[in-house]
Design a protein around this ligand. Structure first.
Ligand code: F0G
Length: 367
């Protein structure tokens, strides 16, 4: 039987690797493209979810990290460093373990979820909580990469973007062509840049480093629709913001590193980058869990929140194919599922060890 070999081996002829490359992989990629039945009914378009929580460490970061860690080993690095709102640090820690490298991660104090923190610790990374936000952490990580003997694995490293572009390849391979619209959350803006790169490369002949000229795979490219959290929406403001704030800690970023490539993705694709409120994010988070059967972390629901908002404004076309990347698993940050719409905590009902009471509590009558 065929076993998925990770994104580098599956797409080797479209990545900067050779036969000699020592590939560091945990089997990332090959994630499900799930038909979102209720979102499709709502919009009158066919809506799919690219469920990136199914990657080895539970987020899309693994696609980039296999490339970054492979590059680190190739460069002879002994240690890697990253700044993170949580998912990059979880991924870096796991892949550094697979590569036999030391890993240091810088996270904003108090602003990363317990699941992500646990992952970095479990994989043996040195984790430092910086008295500052993600943007401050990234400044320090970049300076460490420049002036100290550590290899930077944030998405400012082009290897990360190369790996993450494979998300677009998988979608086209599954659908037989590119979708009309691609929706995703935007934080540091690496992923929107990576998807756009992938879609562009698949829509034209590609000069492979190892396999000659590869023919175009898709006939078109999608419009890229990005959504930020309203309290952390520098692309909507048109400039970096100094105090980003949102409950969606994954995308709590005020000064995105991939600014120019994200603007290019937006404009070349005929798309836009807009914002959604925390309330809209939590509504979409509930929608995905309760109506589609897909559990994501809050930041991952920003794209779905955006689609629902645009639909309400009459701005989503019908009869199209729409793909939304849901970027990270719900178990990363599960506390939000235990909150009701009015903000109170859900308390499981306690029952005695007795079938009659349990049946009555469930509203069942005996046959
Ligand atoms: N969704 C999740 C779950 C994320 O963790 C991130 C980014 C994004 C979306 C946004 O992607 O930055 O490429 O625009 N998380 C980074 C981290 C910043 O450190 O884990 P982006």
């Amino acid at each position: 039987a065929h076993q998925w070999r990770g994104v580098i081996r599956e797409y080797a002829d479209r990545l900067p690797v050779t036969e000699a490359t020592k590939v560091i992989t945990l089997g990332e990629g090959g994630t499900p493209l799930v038909l979102a039945q209720k979102l499709s009914e709502l919009t009158g378009s066919t809506v799919y979810l690219k469920v990136e929580g199914m990657n080895p460490t539970g987020s899309f970061k693994d696609r980039g990290m296999t490339m970054a860690m492979t590059a680190a080993v190739e460069a002879g690095a002994k240690a890697v460093v990253c700044a993170s709102t949580g998912n990059t640090s979880a991924s870096a820690a796991a892949y550094a373990t697979a590569a036999g490298l030391k890993c240091a991660v810088l996270v904003p104090e108090g602003k990363i979820s317990m699941g992500k923190l646990s992952q970095a610790i479990a994989h043996g990374a040195t984790l430092l909580q910086v008295d500052g936000n993600f943007d401050n952490c990234l400044d320090i990580a970049r300076k460490l990469g420049e002036s100290y003997p550590v290899f930077l694995v944030n998405s400012v490293n082009p290897a990360r973007i190369q790996g993450q572009k494979t998300g677009a390849f998988e979608i086209v391979d599954a659908l037989g062509d590119a979708p009309d619209i691609h929706v995703l959350p935007v934080g540091n803006a690496g992923n929107i840049s990576a998807y756009w790169k992938g879609y562009k490369e698949y829509s034209a002949p590609f000069e492979s480093a190892t396999a000659g000229t590869l023919p175009a795979v898709s006939t078109k490219t999608p419009a890229m629709w990005g959504f930020q959290a309203a309290g952390a929406a520098p692309f909507v403001a048109g400039h970096p913001i100094t105090e980003p704030d949102t409950i969606a800690t994954a995308i709590r970023i005020g000064n995105p590193a991939s600014w120019d490539t994200a603007i290019a993705a937006r404009d070349e694709s005929g798309g836009f980058i807009d914002a959604v409120t925390d309330e809209e994010i939590l509504d979409a988070h509930r929608w995905l869990s309760a109506k589609e059967g897909v559990f994501v972390e809050p930041g991952s629901a920003a794209g779905v929140a955006g689609l629902i908002k645009k639909h309400a404004a009459g701005e989503v076309p019908t009869g199209k194919t729409i793909v939304i990347t849901v970027t990270g698993h719900g178990l990363k940050d599960p506390q939000w599922a235990l909150r009701t719409e009015d903000g109170s905590e859900v308390q499981p009902v306690k029952v005695p060890n007795d079938v009659v009471t349990v049946a009555s509590e469930l509203g069942l009558e005996e046959n």
